[in-house]
Design a protein around this ligand. Sequence first.
Ligand code: FES
Length: 64
Amino acid sequence: MYVCICHGVTDRAIRTAAESGVRDVADLAMDTGLGTGCGTCTGLAQQLLDAESQRLTLPILEAA
Ligand code: FES
């Protein structure tokens, strides 16, 4: 689904960015332009980044 309509950024693109180490909307904005239009997408984008980074770190925590 499109998270940022202004710049055509999808949830998949945000998850892929999280896998590459992006952790906040400011970094997403530099890479994709997300949030630099109307700005209504930033909250959902950050939620997706947080959820994805949490999912990515869980296996490491389980191994500790
Ligand atoms: S929907 Fe992302 S800047 Fe407008």
